[in-house]
Design a protein around this ligand. Structure first.
Ligand code: GLC
Length: 411
């Protein structure tokens, strides 16, 4: 877990045939497409601008230190040349393995390698139709298929992925939905053979981190498209999109700002969590310009403020309103989501801080301890509760997405 809770920030990559439809990765089921209707994307999948080294450089420059790529999504299309099906990249006009170059590119940039693998498979004939399936209206019953046969396929493909590409650091299974009435009662750990699957995963890749979505506990939990309101008991990683869609969604302009995403990253670390931020490359294999611009802005902030994130976790100190604390040993980082008028008051930190500076330019931030009994007068600030440290702030908010003050604690 050490690298995971140290690195804090990763890139999620959702890529596959749905990138050509360019309207969300669930397009096949949302539009109830038949295999024949969806085949047009297979027949035209030829990402001539696929450049995993460029993806890895983009991730690293954004401050991300691990990258997680979809090996197979719910549509069943495989980004590697599996021996267990013809529904792979090998049969497309592109024709070449996509996973190997991705793994090598990540390693070349010193990034940890992660796979996403869908438990759900809307293409495999043995996957029993259920409420998530594109054919749900045709067969309007839960059943069909041979889940035991599908389990063998699922385990066989995971074995391929964990034996063909060297050390894999992280595995994101997706997803169990047992008991979900709207999806005909769903599927869960028993359907996947999760206990046996996880045992095989850990046998093949002893150091791998596996998530919680097989329906059995994993190494970390995976809040999705929301931020937990507080620290969680488990190690956790929030996975978030730029615009609400995991797969490329051409006409979706609902992108989050870089500043909001930086605040989400900070918020997560302040609560002991990671952020896995998604990109959905397009049908030519490129991360779209909007996404790249946002990641570059995040990278510019991380370039100056990395040490307030990397290796940091929650603090026992209570931050002021609109602020978050992250901490790494005797360094306490105050992240200011809004810029107070001249002063910020830190309860319980009087006498605990030997120096304070703005992180972006290492300019001193002066500390003031007010007398708790001091009544406010013309030019003298009223006292704060005992033990409060007051910092004097420049009137001008630093020109950075989230200003950070680095506090050097007296140990
Ligand atoms: C949900 C979506 C899936 C996406 C995943 C990412 O499970 O169904 O499309 O890949 O979230 O966590």
């Amino acid at each position: 877990m050490t690298w995971f809770t140290h690195d804090r920030f990763g890139m999620f990559v959702h890529w596959g045939l749905y990138a050509l439809a360019a309207r969300h990765e669930w397009v096949k089921t949302r539009e109830r497409m038949t295999d024949e209707e969806y085949q047009v994307y297979f027949d035209h999948f030829d990402p001539d601008r696929y450049d995993p080294a460029g993806w890895a450089r983009t991730a690293k420059a954004a401050g991300m230190r691990y990258v997680v790529l979809t090996t197979k999504h719910h549509d069943g299309f495989c980004l590697w040349d599996s021996d267990l099906t013809d529904y792979t990249v090998a049969g497309t006009p592109y024709g070449k393995d996509l996973i190997g170059p991705f793994v090598e590119a990540c390693r070349a940039e010193g990034l940890k390698v992660g796979f996403y693998h869908s438990l759900i498979d809307w293409h495999h004939p043995s996957f029993p139709v259920d409420g998530t399936h594109p054919r749900r209206d045709e067969v309007n019953f839960k059943g069909g298929g041979d889940i035991a046969d599908y389990r063998r396929y699922l385990h066989g493909q995971v074995r391929e992925l964990l034996t063909r590409y060297g050390t894999i650091d992280y595995l994101f299974f997706d997803f169990s939905y047992e008991g979900r009435k709207e999806w005909w009662g769903g599927k869960g750990a028993d359907d996947w053979g999760a206990a046996e699957l996880l045992a095989m995963v850990r046998d093949l890749q002893p150091g791998i981190l596996v998530n919680d979505r097989t329906g059995l506990p994993g190494d970390f939990v995976t809040p999705e498209q929301y931020q937990p309101t507080g620290a969680l008991a488990e190690v956790w990683e929030a996975c978030q999109t730029l615009n609400g869609s995991w797969g490329y969604d051409r006409d979706n302009l609902d992108y989050k700002s870089a500043e909001l995403l930086i605040r989400m990253l900070v918020d997560g670390v302040a609560k002991g969590g990671n952020l896995l931020l998604n990109v959905g490359p397009n049908g030519r294999g490129e991360i779209d310009r909007r996404a790249r611009d946002i990641l570059a802005e995040i990278g510019a902030w991380m370039d100056l403020h990395e040490r307030s994130i990397r290796g940091c976790g929650p603090s026992a100190f209570e931050p002021p309103p609109d602020c978050r604390f992250t901490q790494n040993g005797d360094r306490l980082y105050l992240h200011l989501f809004s810029w107070p008028p001249r002063h910020v008051h830190l309860p319980g930190l009087a006498g605990r801080v030997r120096y304070a500076q703005l992180l972006d330019d290492a300019s001193e931030i002066r500390r003031v301890v007010t007398d708790p009994d001091q009544a406010a007068q013309n030019t003298r600030m009223g006292g704060q509760p005992p033990g409060t440290l007051t910092l004097e702030l420049p009137v001008q908010r630093p020109r950075t997405a989230v200003p950070v003050i680095e506090l050097f604690l007296d140990t």
